[in-house]
Design a binder for this molecule. Structure first.
Ligand code: ADP
Length: 542
């Protein structure tokens, strides 16, 4: 016997319809590429998304055709989020921080038909357009009078003129909720980049789960600042969860420096912000040097790479902001775990509480996890045994776009490439990415643990630990360190700083001071590049 409830497809268009009807007055504020602040409401987003939909239909694109963006976080990008997916086309958010050759490769692989880009990326588009063989339409996200002449880009349109010539009445089509809605290529640490292809259903369920109180806890009372780019796993799904809850949205545009982000948080009364550790590092440095305080920020979700303990303490103790440490990946839409406390933790001493907060957190309903050993055997949830982390659930990929790389699943589970422990309360802690783990004398050293100690030193701005070949121990850890401007620390002082904080054999053999640690397109440390930089390096005494 089947249930007797209405069967309605879960479609992204319903999010913006809901936001318009129930939260039509809630604001969407953007710092624009033009430099000024743009301000309107969900009502405006809905109207202009429908104009986008009409404009796309006018281009005679087929269902599931890819519409690419090269854009910062802003209102026009948001309109494309709803307008493109709402019509049944696939939003492909290209990462502008990639090398132009990679952008060409990815756009051709995705078979993008349209490219909408912010004016800051005009030089990139000029350089790549003739090699992007499938793109038929180029749209610059600007007013008609801002379109420079003689760009050499054939048929270049201005977004405002393009959508402005179309009505804001539109009936969103109904179709199978399993249809593709958006796509995102992973950084491709091995081989060519591969795309995760999200569906309307996966995006909607992910947005629902992401808004839950023990996940990102989003509501109509929130003012949300996604600093995490909209080209990085759909800004962790925040635009969708915000529309679903009616939360005010604030977009930083291209200004990601500490001063600009801090000013936006204060001027728009942001209550909740999301970003990778490197962004918050810049903002905290700005606040510390100017002795600044937050007046409205209550919580911040930090993920994408391990959040150093010193950052959690700074937010919590110095500024009264709760840090939600979160873990996920492109292949998981991206939400996997979020670290929120259980009742039993509330009465704990703050040092004990901190141990919990440092973990990557508990699985959000919808994500099943397990850790396995070398033979694939499942390991206990005792907080000690560590093994390869596998996940499954309705917003975890089943295959990459075009079947690249073959089936990624092992008995229905997706291997994340991360190594983790899970404690009896279900809190998962990443010890490392499988390829970053340092193997020393048959034991494993977590590069994250080694980095965290260095990051707690007041003179250290950034630290990256890598394993170096050692004739006796196989590998030994060394730490590359960027000093804070105006601060001093010697190799010996930093090594002494590890005393008592970690087992002796886990103390790095050497400290290498560097100007900068190479960061990837999404702000993560690129250890492969760091290794290349240090290829002539020899461990002391070897
Ligand atoms: P890529 O795998 O190409 O770097 P993703 O952005 O999908 O791109 O990154 C996912 C990976 O980032 C995870 O598998 C994990 O290694 C790392 N990661 C994400 N969040 C955290 C976190 N909170 N702590 C430690 N590592 C994290």
């Amino acid at each position: 016997m089947l249930g007797l409830m209405q069967s309605q497809q879960l479609l992204i268009s319903s999010l913006i319809e809901f936001a318009e009807r129930h939260h039509g007055e809630a604001e969407v504020v953007s710092r624009r590429v033009e430099g000024d602040i743009h301000r309107y409401t969900y009502k405006g987003v809905a109207q202009r998304s429908r104009q986008v939909a009409n404009a796309l239909d006018g281009m005679n694109l087929a269902f599931s055709d890819r519409v690419a963006t090269l854009a910062w976080n802003g209102y026009r990008h948001l309109e494309l989020y709803f307008g493109v997916s709402g019509t049944g086309r696939v939003l492909h958010t290209l990462n502008p921080r990639l090398h132009p050759d990679q952008i060409v490769w990815i756009a051709n692989h995705a078979e993008d038909q349209v490219l909408c880009f912010d004016m800051s990326f005009l030089p990139i588009v000029k350089a790549v357009h003739s090699r992007c063989t499938t793109i038929k339409h180029f749209v610059a996200l600007c007013d008609a009078d801002k379109l420079p002449p003689d760009t050499g880009i054939p048929g270049l349109l201005s977004y405002e003129a393009w959508i402005g010539s179309h009505p804001s009445e539109y009936k969103w089509p109904e179709f199978d909720e399993n249809s593709a809605s958006s796509m995102c290529y992973t950084s491709g640490t091995t081989g060519n980049p591969k795309a995760a292809l999200y569906s309307h259903r996966s995006t909607m369920i992910h947005a629902l789960a992401g808004a839950l109180p023990d996940a990102l806890s989003m509501s109509a009372r929130d003012c949300v600042l996604p600093v995490v780019p909209m080209f990085h796993v759909n800004a962790w799904g925040l635009p969708y969860s915000a529309a679903m809850t009616g939360a005010k949205l604030v977009f930083p545009g291209p200004a990601m420096d500490g001063k600009s982000i801090f000013e936006l948080i204060e001027s728009e009364r942001v209550s909740f912000a999301a970003g990778v550790p490197t962004v918050w590092q810049m903002m905290l440095a700005h606040m510390q040097s100017g002795k600044l305080r937050f007046s409205t920020l209550k919580r911040t979700v930090i993920g994408g790479s391990a959040c150093p303990p010193a950052m959690i303490t700074a937010f919590n103790d110095d500024y009264g902001v709760e840090v939600l440490h979160a873990w996920g990946m492109t292949e998981m839409s991206p939400l996997g775990t979020v670290c929120t406390l259980k009742n039993k933790h509330l009465e704990m001493e703050s040092a004990e509480k901190m141990k919990v907060r440092l973990k990557q957190g508990r699985g959000v309903f919808g994500v099943d996890m397990k850790i396995v050993g070398d033979e694939g055997e499942e390991l206990p949830w005792d907080g000690k045994a560590y093994g390869d982390l596998l996940v499954k659930g309705p917003w975890v990929i089943s295959a990459y776009f075009k079947g690249e790389g073959g089936s990624p699943l092992v008995d229905g589970w997706f291997p994340t490439g991360d190594v983790a422990t899970i404690d009896p309360d279900g809190y998962m802690q990443i010890t490392d990415r499988s390829k970053d783990v340092i193997k020393s004398g048959g034991e494993w050293i977590s590069s994250i643990d080694v980095e965290n100690v260095a990051m707690a030193h007041p003179a250290v701005a950034m630290a990256a630990c890598i394993g170096m070949k050692h004739p006796k121990w196989d590998e030994r850890p060394v730490i590359a360190v960027v000093k804070k401007p105006g601060s001093e620390v010697t190799r010996e002082e930093l090594i002494a700083f590890y005393e008592g904080k970690t087992a002796k054999w886990q103390i790095p053999d050497d400290v290498i001071f560097v100007e900068a640690i190479p960061l990837g397109g999404t702000g993560k440390m690129q250890k492969v590049k760091l290794r290349e930089m240090l290829q002539d390096y020899k461990l002391p005494g070897v």
